[in-house]
Design a protein. Structure first.
Lengths: 110, 111
C-alpha cells in the first residue's frame, strides 16, 4: 500500500497549456519533495516543502504543501516540451526513509 | 553538492548468473545510502538502506543483498538472478531535510 497517491497517472497536453499534478495522503509528513525523471535517468530533485501552506515557485513551476501537511500539488504554467517527464512526489516517513508516489507521466506536445 | 556514480549503466544477464552493481558518492561523508528498484514509468521501491559502513537494512525480502564496504561505496548483489530481478536500479544518497540525490541508474535485463 502506497502512502502517497498521485493523480493523474498520465497527462498529455499541448505546448502552452497549464497543468496540475496532485499528491495526496492520509498521513502527515514533515516534508515533501517533488522530483522529475526523464527516461533512462535518475530522478532530479525539484523542490522540498516543509511548512504547511507553503508555496514555492521555480520559474513556471508552482509547488504547494497542504495546510495539514498531507498533500501537495505541482502546477506548471505555459508548459513546454522540455517539461515532459515522470513527476514523483515523496514524503519523509522516518529519519532515514522516503515514501514515493507512483508518479505522473507528463507529455507536452509541441 | 553531491555526485552519485553508478555502473554499469546497462547490463544483460542470464537467469542464474551473479550480479554486482556498484554505487559511489562524491561530495559528502558518512551519507545514508539507498538502493531502489523502479518498474517502467512508475514509482520507486526501496530495497536497502545503510546509515554507515557495514550497516544494512533490508526493506523487501528477495533475491538480492547489499553491502557497504566503504563510507561512500554501496554495492547491490545477487548470487543467482531471477527473471523478476529485471528493472531499473537506482542508488541515492541523503541530503538535508529528507531530500535524496540519485545516480543515473542501471538498467538490468535478465534473460
Amino acid at each position: 500500500t502506497q502512502l502517497l497517491e498521485q493523480s493523474p497517472q498520465f497527462l498529455s497536453i499541448q505546448e502552452g497549456e497549464n497543468l496540475t499534478v496532485y499528491c495526496n495522503s492520509s498521513s502527515v509528513f514533515s516534508s515533501l519533495q517533488w522530483y522529475r525523471q526523464e527516461p533512462g535517468e535518475g530522478p532530479v530533485l525539484l523542490v522540498t516543502v516543509v511548512t504547511g501552506g507553503e508555496v514555492k515557485k521555480l520559474k513556471r513551476l508552482t509547488f504547494q504543501f497542504g495546510d495539514a501537511r498531507k498533500d501537495s500539488s505541482l502546477h506548471i504554467t505555459a508548459a513546454q516540451p522540455g517539461d515532459t517527464g515522470l513527476y514523483l512526489c515523496a514524503g519523509g516517513v522516518s529519519d532515514y526513509k522516503l515514501s514515493f508516489g507512483a508518479g505522473t507521466t507528463v507529455t507536452v506536445r509541441a | 553538492s553531491q555526485t552519485i556514480h553508478q555502473w554499469p549503466a546497462t547490463l544483460v544477464q542470464p537467469v542464474g548468473s551473479p550480479l554486482s552493481l556498484e554505487c559511489t558518492v562524491e561530495g559528502t561523508s558518512n551519507p545514508n545510502l539507498y538502493w531502489y528498484r523502479q518498474a517502467a514509468g512508475r514509482g520507486l521501491q526501496l530495497l536497502f538502506y545503510s546509515v554507515g559502513i557495514g550497516q544494512i537494512s533490508s526493506e523487501v525480502p528477495q533475491n538480492l543483498s547489499a553491502s557497504r564496504p566503504q563510507d561512500r561505496q554501496f554495492i547491490l548483489s545477487s548470487k543467482k538472478l531471477l527473471l523478476s530481478d529485471s528493472g531499473f536500479y537506482l542508488c541515492a544518497s541523503a541530503g538535508g531535510a529528507d531530500t535524496q540525490y540519485f545516480g543515473p541508474g542501471t538498467r538490468l535485463t535478465v534473460l
